[in-house]
Write a protein that binds this ligand. Structure first.
Ligand code: NAI
Length: 248
């Protein structure tokens, strides 16, 4: 079974990893909901998928706002009837020196990256559990596991997302809903040709990641044959978190 005819919501799908993921699902003839705050890029992707005879709709959504999330899920159900897959991809990052990090900057990152994933999951799971279950995929980060200075809000949001993943996997198991995380490392969403040799060679894989690397993993985790995988965190980083570094 491919994803043909299945309904997938991808948050933050107007750009970067989310866009690539939405395209990958549409190539498998899934019905794609592009949930994003970026109207221009969102409608552009909707148009692109429809021109290739795919089924897609852009729904302007602020995932940190519960009313906006509820409206997006209601629109999805009224159009496609059910929800099979939710990819919680939308995220923001602010890197600020620890002593300069304001409460409002902290809350903004946590509210989008963590509260947003919770709100979308809760709303979508209500629909999934009344049908045949489903798959929720949370896009975390290797920064949930390791850090550079000044990344407190982002790292905490992604660490929280990993904990939310296994908690929801436990709560939603009885409804046949799997919940997994993907932790990307360096995924270059801009012009890949601008990358330098040192960028690629510091990875065990000898290359920087591409959005498609994450999109393919989403297809894998969403596939019903793979429903023995739940509560897991799949690190996709070209081996960077496995690389031992000694300073000389
Ligand atoms: P991006 O900035 O290219 O795309 C993020 C999308 O989320 C944008 O379309 C933006 O409009 C949308 N968005 C932001 N706030 C939103 C909100 N409140 N409601 C709805 N949509 C909102 O980011 P990228 O690089 O594609 O990252 C996607 C996800 O992957 C993020 O969660 C990010 O933290 C994670 N990630 C990315 C890595 C990378 O190297 N690119 C590495 C590790 C994790």
């Amino acid at each position: 079974m491919s994803n043909k005819g299945r309904t997938v919501i991808v948050t933050g799908a107007a750009n970067g990893i989310g866009r690539s993921t939405a395209l990958a699902f549409s190539q498998e003839e899934a019905h794609v909901v592009i949930a994003d705050i970026d109207k221009e890029k969102g409608y552009e992707l909707e148009k692109m998928i429809r021109e290739k005879n795919g089924r897609a709709i852009f729904v302007e959504t602020d995932i940190s706002d519960s009313g906006s999330v509820t409206a997006m899920v209601q629109k999805t159900v009224s159009l496609y009837g059910h929800i099979d897959i939710l990819v919680n991809n939308a995220g923001i990052s602010t890197f600020t020196k620890f002593f300069d990090l304001s409460v409002s900057a902290w809350e903004k990152v946590i509210n989008v990256n963590l509260r947003g994933a919770f709100l979308c999951s809760q709303s979508a799971a209500v629909v999934m559990k009344s049908h045949d279950g489903g798959a929720i995929i949370n896009i975390a980060s290797t920064r949930a596991l390791m850090s550079e200075p000044g990344s407190e809000a982002y790292a905490a949001s992604k660490g929280g997302l990993l904990a939310l993943t296994h908690a929801m996997a436990a709560s939603l198991a009885e409804y046949r809903i799997t919940v997994n995380a993907i932790s990307p490392g360096w995924i270059h969403t801009g012009d890949y040709t601008t990358l330098r040799g040192i960028d690629h060679n510091q990875h065990l894989s000898r290359r920087v990641g591409k959005p498609e690397d994450i999109a393919r993993a989403c297809l894998f985790l969403a596939h019903p044959d793979n429903n023995f995988i739940t509560g897991e965190n799949l690190v996709i980083d070209g081996g960077m978190t496995r690389k031992m570094i000694y300073e000389e």
